[in-house]
Design a protein around this ligand. Structure first.
Ligand SMILES: Cc1cc2nc3c(=O)[nH]c(=O)nc-3n(C[C@H](O)[C@H](O)[C@H](O)COP(=O)(O)OP(=O)(O)OC[C@H]3O[C@@H](n4cnc5c(N)ncnc54)[C@H](O)[C@@H]3O)c2cc1C
Length: 465
């Protein structure tokens, strides 16, 4: 039975993040010597699902390439001169296409895979899917299915990280109400989920559904980054569809907040709907976690008439209330309804010491997180499960204290930069059982000089209505 110090299930951007954090901290070599296994369903590491979205990133080019930095030259730092990296780095504080981001993360995954495979105690298990994890003495036993051999195998690990990404479960959709009626019942077969719409095929499907309509109408239910991304994609990525005034409506419950890099620039644009509680006390950024960024930010500013942006009459906002006849009418009249309700963690079936399935907190309610503020997976009673960590899309990690963020933030912070830095470091430190000195700045290796020296920031893909 293969035995690892650390086993990561899911080799997407979330699964790579603790390794990139260790790389930045100069601890990756040590960790790999102890033994790291990665179980990934597909045939490669790094990209996960991010490159499949036909939209631009809401984090900057710089936040992606920052993960290459480390004190020592490695396979990863060498990527700094790769043309894909340079294309992404050239975007600076601007957006990049998620397809490019996916290619870049695929390269990072390849480089990490080389480093892992060079270490006899470590292994990359692609085309393997984890089926369940059972708590045993000194850690976990994970049953995996090897797609190539068609065999089931059992792996042993002292520490286990779930980085299996997120999904948009239909059951979650079934609970969503518009007014006092079920969204599924009102929208019927006109209803799509944001994750499906934001792919190239998904946008083509929407274009086909709207073809020939003299005045096409789309209702988007959600106040998250995904909801704004859907609105942006509909308005700017469907050349065959012409929306009239109010053709797209965003129905939302939460306030639509705007990110500003600091208080002064918010005030300079007359943006005053924040207090000190909405400012990250570490970085001074306004709505660091809750604020829309880049393309979505511009669109929401336009439609809200903020910062002197030109109006965007094709998009209308509607604030959902309890008994909302107007919302019902908007959904009724829409040709297509898009639910942008966020993501839930996929996780993995977990079996306890006693051989009985162990329910997770995340399964007890639609807003419940998978992890606590130390990335530890929580059981149904909210207690951390020993040696089990979670990271990545929909894990529900909320930064606090030295990690920054505004104290008024509610939701999920789904940003790669955060996972590759502070969040990944939490896991690395716990797994190495030694507190690395926090805040030790990574010296920028010569090969990585194309990156700017000003500190980058993470983005938060905030999910929810
Ligand atoms: C529309 C959208 C736009 C986004 N834009 C940005 C952005 O601009 N910037 C940013 O920082 N973040 C962004 N994110 C958030 C986040 O970075 C991405 O969602 C990213 O893909 C999440 O990585 P992940 O590894 O958690 O999940 P995934 O990318 O889904 O990867 C999960 C991996 O786990 C594997 N897996 C799953 N289950 C198993 C199993 N049982 N056994 C083995 N392998 C398994 C999968 O094959 C996959 O490779 C965005 C998210 C969305 C939805």
């Amino acid at each position: 039975m293969q035995d690892f110090h650390l086993l990561i299930v899911g080799g997407g951007p979330g699964g790579m993040a603790p390794l990139l954090a260790a790389h930045r901290m100069g601890r990756l070599g040590h960790l790999l010597k102890l033994g790291v296994g990665i179980v990934e369903k597909t045939d490669s590491l790094g990209a996960g699902s991010i490159g499949g979205y036909a939209i631009n990133s809401d984090s900057s080019g710089r936040t992606f390439t920052d993960c290459l930095l480390s004190d020592e030259p490695t396979e990863v730092t060498r990527l700094a001169t790769h043309p894909v990296t340079q294309r992404i780095a050239a975007a600076g504080d601007g957006t990049v296409s998620l397809r490019d981001a996916g290619s870049f993360l695929g390269l990072v995954g390849e480089a990490l895979a080389c480093m892992i495979q060079d270490e006899p105690a470590s292994a990359v298990l692609t085309r393997h899917s984890a089926q369940k994890a059972t708590r045993v003495q000194n850690g976990w036993q994970v049953e995996v299915f090897d797609e190539l051999s068609g065999q089931h195998r059992v792996l042993q690990a002292r520490h286990l990280v779930l980085a299996t990404g997120g999904h948009q479960p239909v059951e979650r959709l079934a609970r969503e109400k518009v007014g006092d009626l079920s969204l599924v019942e009102i929208a019927g077969d006109r209803l799509l989920q944001s994750g499906d719409v934001l792919t190239t095929g998904g946008l083509e499907k929407v274009a086909a559904l709207l073809a020939g309509r003299p005045s096409p109408k789309v209702a988007i239910v959600g106040g998250s980054t995904s909801a704004a991304a859907v609105a942006h994609a509909l308005l700017f990525r469907l050349p065959s569809v012409t929306f009239a005034e109010g053709g797209v409506t965003l129905l939302h419950r939460r306030d639509l907040r705007i990110f500003y890099p600091d208080r002064a620039s918010a005030l300079a644009e007359g943006y005053t709907e924040w207090t000190e509680d909405d400012v990250c006390q570490i970085s001074g950024r306004v709505f660091r976690l809750a604020g829309f960024r880049l393309d979505s930010r511009e669109l929401i500013m336009q439609v809200r008439g903020l910062g002197g942006r030109p109006p965007e009459p094709r998009l209308r906002l509607h604030r959902l209330t309890a008994d909302d006849a107007a919302a019902r009418r908007i959904v009724d009249e829409a040709d297509v309804v898009v639910a942008a309700l966020g993501y839930r963690p996929r996780a993995l079936p977990i079996v306890g010491w006693d051989g009985a399935p162990l329910d997770l907190l995340a399964s007890t309610g639609p807003q419940m997180p998978l992890v606590d503020r130390e990335c530890r997976v929580l059981d149904a009673n909210g207690r951390p499960i020993s040696r089990l960590f979670g990271i990545g899309l929909a894990a529900g990690f909320v930064p606090s204290g030295p990690l920054g963020g505004e104290i008024t933030f509610r939701g999920q912070a789904n940003g790669l930069w955060l996972w590759q830095h502070d969040v990944g470091s939490l896991i690395v430190k716990a797994v190495l059982k030694k507190a690395d000195k926090p805040g030790r700045p990574a010296s920028r290796h010569a090969a990585a000089q194309i990156m700017s020296k000003t500190p980058v920031d993470f983005t938060a893909v905030v999910e929810g209505v």
